[in-house]
Ligand binder design. Structure first.
Ligand SMILES: [Fe+2]
Length: 287
């Protein structure tokens, strides 16, 4: 119950931030959207205040999806097609903090999302404001470019990572992605072993990535050092595994192999397939 309460507080914070952004933007017709978000927030608060009521994982997901639906239709309504510089937001997790147990502990998810990812969002906003809106001292442009690359990549990769996981995994790749994996790697097992090998080769801080390469029209695997180094330009990440120690150390200590092995149980293949379908629409002239 305590876990659900923390997640509800996170949804509540998200509602407040979205409402505040709308109020500040002062867009025509925004009153009805502010009202929709307020009503949704009342639902969230109902469970938050009456904390003793049983709230299942499904009910929590419905609350999250309802919030997401309001946000998606709002973006659609105003045809917002970009995030203004310096205005990125921490996305709420699409499940509660303890939903991925026993594979990833609640403690890790809480720190990872609320502390680490939040810091990347703040760092990215700061870098964008300095670079695009307020660059007075031109001699430090390199500093802000480094900050943008590090924090921006951190924000983007973590956002993919949260949605790449689910407590209701199919355990195996599905649909079009399954076919493409078999075409490019020979079999699911061969891909899994290669990806796991790449993940375990990451030293200290970095990622393993399954990517779509529009230049070759194929899937590929690449590791990333930190969030921004050692990666393959002009490719699109589909499935990412966080190999920073903050992602597993509290639970697995130095046993990286068990973290990687367990993680395959919570991959959201539906999400990875959706990313593949969108990404593979992009195909350059092959070279
Ligand atoms: Fe991370």
């Amino acid at each position: 119950m305590e876990n659900n309460q923390a997640y509800l507080k996170e949804l509540n914070r998200w509602a407040d931030e979205t409402k505040k952004t709308l109020e500040l933007a002062n867009l025509p017709g925004s009153e009805s959207w502010i009202e929709a978000i307020s009503n949704w927030k009342t639902n969230v608060n109902h469970y938050l205040v009456n904390g003793r009521e049983i709230l299942t994982e499904d009910e929590l997901q419905r609350l999250q999806q309802e919030g997401q639906r309001i946000l998606d239709s709002l973006v659609n309504y105003y045809q917002m097609d970009s995030v203004p510089y310096g205005k990125h937001q921490l996305p709420p997790l699409p499940y509660s903090y303890d939903a991925l147990e026993p594979y990833i502990s609640e403690e890790i998810m809480r720190l990872h999302h609320d502390i680490h990812h939040k810091a990347y969002v703040e760092g990215l906003n700061k870098a964008e404001k300095a670079l695009y809106l307020n660059l007075k001292d031109k001699s430090i442009v390199k500093h802000w470019l480094r900050e943008q690359a590090y924090n921006g990549s951190g924000h983007n990769l973590h956002t993919i990572f949260w949605f790449n996981m689910t407590p209701k995994s199919t355990k195996y790749p599905i649909k079009e992605l399954k076919q493409q994996l078999e075409k490019d790697f020979g079999s699911w097992e061969r891909f899994r072993d290669l990806f796991s090998n790449v993940a375990s080769s990451v030293e200290g801080v970095g990622w393993a990535v399954l990517l779509w390469n529009p230049r070759s029209g194929k899937l590929g695997i690449q590791s990333i050092e930190k969030h921004q180094l050692f990666q393959l330009a002009d490719s699109i990440p589909l499935l990412v595994l966080d190999m920073w120690e903050h992602a597993y150390y509290l639970q697995y200590k130095t046993d990286k192999a068990s973290y990687i092995k367990n993680w395959w149980n919570i991959v959201n293949w539906e999400d990875v397939n959706n990313r593949y379908l969108e990404a593979s629409k992009l195909k350059w002239k092959l070279y």
